[in-house]
Design a protein around this ligand. Sequence first.
Ligand code: 5GP
Length: 131
Amino acid sequence: MSTIFSKIVAGEIPCYKIAEDDKHFAFLDINPVAPGHTLVIPKKEVSYIFDLTDEEYTALQLFAKKVALALKKAMPCERIGVTVIGLEVPHTHIHLIPITKESDMNFSKPKLTVAPEEMTEIANKIAKYID
Ligand code: 5GP
C-alpha cells in the first residue's frame, strides 16, 4: 500500500509543493511547527532513513541542502533547523524548519494553523529561490 507521501508525489493528495527532481520531493508540512516548515522525501518508499543506501542517503541530504538554502532566503529566520522523526509517517522525511530560537524546533507544542492562501504564498516564495 502506498504511503500518504507517495500519494502526495503522485498528485493523488494535494500539497504545497516546493521542489522536485527525479528521485526527491519537497513540500510544506500541513501542520507546521514554524512558518515554512518543509518536508523533504525520497520518492522511493523507505520507512527508516538509515535503511537508505549510502548513495540514496547522500542524494537526499544534498537535495535537502538545496531546499534549505532556498528556505533560508525566503523566510525570516536565523538558521534552518534539521530533524528526522518519522514516528507518524512511515516514509523517510527530513524536517527543515526556519528557526530563530531553540524552542522553534519543539514538536511538542501546539502546531500552527496557517491559512491555505498563506501556505501557497510561502511555498511559491521558497520555490522561487530553488537553484
Ligand atoms: P513524523 O513522522 O516525522 O513524526 O511526522 C510526520 C509529519 O508529516 C508531521 O509533521 C505532519 O504534520 C506531517 N504530515 C502528515 N500528514 C501529512 C499530509 O498529508 N500532508 C503534509 N503536507 N504533511 C503531513
